[in-house]
Design a binder for this molecule. Sequence first.
Ligand SMILES: [Zn+2]
Length: 81
Amino acid sequence: MERYTEYHVGVAVLKDKTKMKEAMSRFAELEERDTAKRPIKEEDSGIRYTDSYRCRNCGKGFTGIGIASFCYHCGQRFDWR
Ligand SMILES: [Zn+2]
């Protein structure tokens, strides 16, 4: 993926000013992913010993509560409170 920004002494600099819109949308996407979201609990579909959840961001499933801080699939941060 082409980088829109580069770091100069801890400050992000936009390399090409015409890419402002793309850079902002990418930033918003990252910020969104880093905002903890509660996983969606799957409805029981039979006898299970562990609960299954779905990621709110990518919709992919995983099993077990409070194990993962981030989605294995897309990196979405989870809120288990
Ligand atoms: Zn995900």
